[in-house]
Design a protein around this ligand. Structure first.
Ligand code: HEC
Length: 113
């Protein structure tokens, strides 16, 4: 293969990867997961209740959280809900953090219904 075509071949190879494989996600460290759990029940809990049963913000039971895809839930957390008290958390949380929280709310949620 002529050398000048190499960058093109590399680009096409990258583009043909299924989404997610190029930037494969490392799992969050146990320490970060513990911080996020504290944030969820304390900071988010200040509005949604420390047991997620609701307060100023609505309850966040697993049944309701599973109405969202993990990614749409993560972007709701990062961007907030315009015109409501729900703030965006993009300043404090990475996308990976937000996906972890979304996953926790969907699959590890103490509040089922
Ligand atoms: C200052 C209060 C406040 C804080 C803090 C807060 N929220 Fe909210 N949140 C709200 C309100 C109010 C709504 C309802 C918005 C609406 O009317 O659509 C909401 C909505 C939501 C929803 C959608 C609920 C549904 O039934 O569709 C999710 C999910 C959510 N918040 C997650 C979080 C998470 C995770 C955090 C912490 C990272 C957080 N919130 C922190 C006030 C807050």
């Amino acid at each position: 293969m002529p050398l000048h075509r190499l960058p093109c071949v590399i680009l096409v190879t990258l583009l043909l990867q299924p989404p997610g494989t190029v930037l494969a996600e490392k799992p969050l460290s146990a320490a970060r997961q513990a911080e996020l759990e504290t944030l969820l029940y304390q900071d988010c809990g200040s509005c949604h209740g420390m047991t997620l049963r609701g307060g100023l913000g609505p309850a966040l039971p697993a049944s309701r959280m599973n109405a969202y895809s993990r990614d749409s839930l993560a972007s709701l957390i990062l961007n907030g809900v315009a015109g409501t008290a729900m703030p965006g958390w993009a300043g404090l949380l990475s996308e990976q953090d937000a996906r972890w929280l979304a996953d926790h709310l969907q699959h590890d949620n103490p509040l089922k219904e």
